[in-house]
Design a protein around this ligand. Structure first.
Ligand SMILES: Cc1ncc(COP(=O)(O)O)c(C=O)c1O
Length: 345
């Protein structure tokens, strides 16, 4: 029997044979001593693609996001950030624990935080009110369903941040997807922020890692944060070789994941009252008519498809490198069947 198709996340991919070869053949050195040639080459290539002075490799996007907040912000202040952002819900309160800052969740009127939403949450200065030190944006927005914010929208947020005198961090774990979908250059998106995080272990299919890019001074300080957070790595070329391979070979195919996600959405939307957030990119959020996500998940698994529970009434399916279009096309009616069986009668 074929193994279930795993659509829980785009992080479930396995390194390809060519990627493993690149890892095995990587020339390495001690990266804490800034002596790993493969990692240095990779960081320079990432900085160039993002149009920033420097980039620094991190073991995870979470660590890179928190390092950015540590660099840009200050203890005892707050971060303006979309209420459904990864930083708010999925980084185990690291902003409080590691950076000494609190998040100010900005509740958007639409799916994701826009400039007007940010403006509405700016505090009136007073003797009691916390000061803000950073604005954070997420593109694509995972929790909203892989939603792309346009360049104009990010520029408008930047304008508000400039007026407030605040730096901007862009959580671009899936900036690749935003660029592929919108046709906007990575560099143009990155130019709207002081620091940008990009991940290699999602749509690009590398096993590990993210980069933080920014000015030479921001990255000098990010290196301190990385070491302090326990992320100093020695022969990291073994893993940056995989990320570099992913960047060079898997970026061009990312639009295939978007097409597969749209196909899946078209099959599932409306089944037994379920509503799909129309996918901009590779994330398909399915809102169920009642909080029975765990049952739908279990039924889908019995039919050979793994999907994720996002909330009690929302399941998530994500397309990726190891989910070819024909297998996603087979999986879609099975997810529909799982929903139907859950809500029948
Ligand atoms: C938007 C976003 N930011 C940050 C991260 C964190 O990345 P990591 O899992 O590498 O810590 C994720 C992970 O899914 C994400 O979706």
């Amino acid at each position: 029997m074929t193994a279930p198709l795993d659509l829980r996340s785009d992080t479930v991919t396995r390194p390809t044979a060519a990627m493993r070869r690149a890892m095995a053949e990587a020339e390495v050195g001690d990266d804490v001593l800034q002596d790993d040639p493969t990692t240095k080459r990779f960081e320079a290539a990432v900085a160039e693609r993002l149009g920033k002075e420097r980039a620094l490799f991190f073991p995870s996007g979470t660590m890179a996001n928190q390092a950015a907040l540590w660099v840009l912000g200050a203890p005892g202040t707050e971060v303006y950030v979309d209420a459904e952002a990864h930083i708010v819900h999925s980084e185990v309160a690291a902003t409080a624990a590691l950076c000494g800052m609190q998040v100010r969740p900005v509740k958007p009127v639409g799916l994701v935080m826009r400039a007007a939403d940010l403006e509405a949450f700016v505090r009136t200065p007073s003797a009691d009110a916390p000061e803000a030190s950073v604005v954070c944006v997420e593109n694509t927005h995972n929790g909203a369903g892989g939603v792309v914010s346009s360049l104009d929208e990010l520029r408008a947020i930047r304008t508000v941040a400039d007026r407030l005198g605040l730096p901007v961090h862009l959580d671009g774990a899936r900036l690749w997807n935003a660029a592929a979908r919108s046709g906007t250059a990575l560099e143009a998106f990155a130019a709207t922020a002081d620091t940008v995080m990009v991940s290699f272990s999602k749509g690009l299919g590398a096993p590990i890692g993210a980069c933080l890019a920014g000015s030479a001074e921001a990255i000098r300080r990010a290196r301190i944060a990385r070491k302090r957070f326990g992320g100093g790595m020695r022969q990291s070329g073994v893993i940056t070789a995989a990320a570099h391979h992913a960047l060079e070979h898997h970026l061009a195919r990312i639009a295939d994941d978007h097409a597969a996600a749209r196909q899946l959405a078209s099959v599932v939307d409306g089944v037994a009252g379920a509503r799909v957030v129309p996918p901009d990119t590779n994330i398909v959020m399915i809102d169920l008519p009642a909080p029975r996500a765990a049952e739908v998940q279990a039924r889908a698994l019995a039919l050979g498809v793994r999907i994720g529970v996002w909330t009690a009434s929302r399941v998530r399916a994500v397309t990726h490198l190891d989910a070819p279009a024909d297998r996603v096309a087979e999986a879609a009616p099975r997810i529909a069947q799982a929903i139907e069986a859950t809500f029948a009668g």
